[in-house]
Design a protein around this ligand. Structure first.
Ligand code: NAP
Length: 510
């Protein structure tokens, strides 16, 4: 069985027994094991701060960007190999694997380009000089400078490549070293990526360390210049936020957590129209892609009551064509969920959902072995009053239809009921109605996707996270924000107001 090691303090290290076992999601067979027990995580954080930080900070944005570009190229070169590993560990179809691996290289490449744009500087000014009196001599100027600690990245199991790279791209370009911890169940792809980067010798010493296995006492070693970026469940996010060392030093913590995302079909959209077709395709993709294990996936489908039966029939027809099975077999649309623990969670979630909404369709002939889960469509007429549907994210191939009367206010109330989402989509050509919904859901959502006949042939889709746009959501979605172009770097910087003589400050900040 493969032994997965951690890359800490410049070398690959194994932890002591007992080991955590990783599975082939398709067969359920044990394929790898790992442990972080006994590893000196305090030394790893010190190594990042003392060795990786200074090495990165002496590089300009352009130089850091160049490294990111090379990291992206390695992923492109080894794409097929990484797709195979993803299929073996997580049971992803080829298309689902690409969503992760290509998303990872694309995000690195985006930030590589941003590095070139920011150029030869090592830090940035924030805004213009501020004048305080009639004299222009004494002014203030805000600057951003990289924190002197280490960025701890704790990632979820569902995107072992993208999650690693989207966080890493921002931190490295900002000038902060990283210790990344992938979700253990699917860590094989993350480990291989770091191995490939190490073999290529692209990163300065200490700039990236990888912890595989449990987080152990990692957070006990956090210091006042460190930060934590987390993706995963709301409950773990709360544990991290309330960790004594985080509270002691006010360590910044960014959380991306559970999100019960919604899509809204406008009452103006006629059956059979382009937008109608786009809406149905989007819902089916969001239910089936990566077996529904996407933080941005659509979980709640709001449709006008007048067309609810028609939408349901068309969705069922399309979902019937999306075969659940072995991802290696051509034509399979839905693979297994990522591991036995994830299967247990999703099955329990589906059982609870069935207590509060009607199960209107479920996939048949789903393999009994491995980690397969039947694709499921639920429906409830309870709108915002529905229980469980708005409260619990079932992280698998399932969604719930929610018929509503067609008013924009009602749609906003239902979307808002989840207490904060990463992504909401609205499908309508009625600018006034849709504008009301878009602005109405905006305070509850990190990203709103407006599908209309003007963009039906070119939209990027509800679930795709674009590096140029922020990713995160308020309230239950974690209250965090990642990416968004240069905005994604700011989490890793301290903003300082400097006051002094105009010319001296100009000499300092350029
Ligand atoms: P999780 O159990 O919260 O785990 C996420 C990450 O946190 C993993 O790397 C995990 O390590 C680590 N972790 C667990 N306990 C920790 C602790 N006390 N201190 C530090 N790190 C800790 O979440 P998950 O199993 O990945 O997913 C569970 C649910 O989270 C899903 O069902 C879904 O609802 C939600 N989720 C949300 C997103 C999003 O982007 N919003 C993405 C994925 C999942 P181990 O793997 O070693 O346990």
């Amino acid at each position: 069985m493969q032994q997965l090691k951690s890359f800490l303090c410049g070398r690959w290290q194994s932890g002591a027994d007992p080991q955590t076992v990783l599975h082939d999601a398709t067969t359920g067979a044990a394929i790898a094991q790992t442990s972080s027990r006994g590893l000196d995580l305090g030394a790893a954080l010190r190594h990042g701060r003392a060795v990786g930080g200074p090495a990165l900070r002496q590089l300009s944005f352009a130089q850091r960007g160049e490294i990111l570009g090379q990291l992206a190229s390695v992923l492109v070169t080894h794409r097929d190999h990484l797709l195979d590993l993803s299929g073996r560990n997580m049971g992803t179809t080829r298309g689902d694997g690409k969503f992760d691996i290509d998303g990872a290289s694309g995000t690195l490449a985006y930030y590589a380009k941003l590095g070139q744009t920011l150029g030869d500087r090592t830090w940035l000014a924030d805004g213009e000089q501020v004048q305080f009196s009639r004299s222009k001599r004494f002014v203030g100027q805000h600057i951003w400078s990289p924190r002197r600690g280490i960025a701890v990245h704790i990632n979820a199991f569902n995107f072992p490549a993208w999650n690693l790279c989207e966080k890493l791209a921002c931190a490295l370009l900002a000038g902060m070293p990283v210790l990344a911890k992938p979700g253990t169940a699917t860590a094989i792809v993350s480990v291989r990526i770091v191995e490939l980067w190490q073999e290529a010798g692209l990163l300065p010493d200490g700039a990236l360390q990888l912890l595989v296995g449990s987080a152990g006492d990692l957070l006990d070693h956090l210091g006042p210049q460190d930060c934590v970026v987390f993706t995963g469940s709301g409950s773990t996010g709360q544990q991290i936020r309330s960790h004594p060392q985080v509270l002691r030093y006010n360590v910044p913590v960014n959380v991306e957590a559970d999100s019960i995302n919604a899509t809204v079909l406008g009452p103006d959209i006629a059956p059979g129209s382009d937008v109608w077709t786009m809406f149905l395709a989007e819902v089916v993709r969001e239910i089936t892609q990566k077996a529904g294990q996407k933080c941005t996936a659509i979980r709640r489908v709001l449709v006008p009551s007048a067309v609810a039966d028609e939408v349901q029939a068309e969705l069922v027809a399309r979902l019937q064509d999306a075969r659940v099975g072995d991802p290696a077999v051509q034509g399979t649309a839905v693979g297994p969920v990522a591991g036995p623990a994830q299967k247990r969670d999703v099955v329990a979630g589906l059982q609870n959902l069935a207590l509060h909404a009607q199960l209107v369709w479920q996939a048949a002939d789903v393999p009994a072995d491995g980690c397969f889960v039947a694709t499921s469509l639920f429906r409830t007429d309870a709108g915002a009053a529905a229980e469980y549907v708005h409260d619990h994210e079932v992280f698998g191939p399932a969604a719930t239809l929610l018929p509503y009367a067609g008013s924009a206010d009602e749609a906003v109330d239902i979307v808002a009921r989840a207490g904060g989402c990463l992504a909401t989509s609205v499908f309508s050509d009625d600018a006034a109605w849709a504008g009301h919904v878009v602005l109405g859901v905006a305070p509850y959502t990190g990203r709103v996707y407006w599908g209309s006949s003007k963009v039906f042939d070119q939209g990027t889709g509800h679930g795709a996270v674009m590096p140029a746009l922020v990713h995160g959501g308020p309230g239950k979605a974690g209250g965090g924000e990642e990416l968004g172009g240069e905005r994604g770097l700011r989490f890793y910087w301290q903003r300082t107001a400097i006051q002094g003589d105009t010319q001296l400050l100009r000499g300092l900040v350029g």
